[in-house]
Write a protein that binds this ligand. Structure first.
Ligand code: SAM
Length: 222
């Protein structure tokens, strides 16, 4: 059974939900990243952007909002419509919402190299091999010193440190690795590219979403 990716967003509106807490953490990091960027344009891409709540929620009030251009890539047309409505309501002409497959690097042609890459709600829906592959490929979507913000439910104590190692092997340094209040409800990572970026490679598939990545039935933000 395919997941309902519109309904997946509902807990964002439930006070105190894990997903709401995760969003607050992601937005706090994102705000700090934008605060620290040198003056000038800031390019952002969001993989599997959903309704774009993380970036759009931050840009609603951020002083750098007019300097940010972004491409949000999302497959579910219902989420695309909601994201576009939010972009219009917030008057953010630099933000583009593309209905398409975020797993294909072609989706980012013309929008990269990015200064900020959002990969939130991706790693929990793919195999660990795909996480590793995607992380290894990120330097080819990044500009010099770009920052990646990512999330992953901490399925076990080893998973987030493992993802952190994959980032380091790909040339990133860790800026933050945050686990939710009770230690299991969400995980957010922030990594900055310390190595030189790699050339953009069109025509590559980074990951494949699994129908049921969590068969044990843990209800967790992915
Ligand atoms: C777990 S949600 C995360 C949404 C958003 N990034 C967030 O954190 O609020 C995953 C999203 O990925 C979208 N999605 C699934 N497969 C995709 C693909 N191949 N390309 C683009 N989006 C995809 C779903 O429609 C869903 O909105």
């Amino acid at each position: 059974v395919a997941r309902d990716w519109l309904a997946w967003h509902q807990p964002y509106d439930e006070d105190g939900s894990s997903l709401q807490q995760r969003l607050a953490a992601v937005q706090r990091h994102l705000r700090a990243i934008l605060d620290e960027r040198p003056p000038g344009p800031i390019r952002v891409i969001s993989l599997c952007a959903g309704q774009g709540r993380d970036l759009l929620g931050v840009l609603a009030e951020h002083p750098r909002r007019s300097e940010v251009s972004a491409r949000l890539v999302e497959l579910d047309p219902r989420n695309v419509v909601l994201a576009r409505q939010a972009v219009t309501a917030l008057d953010l002409p630099g933000i583009e919402v593309v209905e398409g497959d975020a797993a294909l690097t072609d989706a980012y042609a013309g929008a990269v190299p990015a200064d900020v890459v959002l990969a939130c709600g991706v790693f929990g829906n793919v195999t660990d091999d795909d996480i590793e592959r995607t992380v290894a490929h990120l330097p080819s979507l990044c500009a010099t010193a770009a920052t990646v913000v990512w999330t992953r439910y901490p399925r076990d104590a080893e998973l987030l440190p493992q993802i952190d190692r994959w980032f380091r092997e790909a040339g990133f340094e860790q800026r933050a690795l945050e686990v939710g209040a009770d230690g299991r409800r969400f995980g957010v990572g922030v990594h900055r590219l310390a190595a030189p970026p790699l050339p953009f490679e069109p025509g590559r598939r980074l990951f494949t979403f699994l129908d049921d990545p969590d068969p044990a039935g843990t209800r967790s933000p992915r």
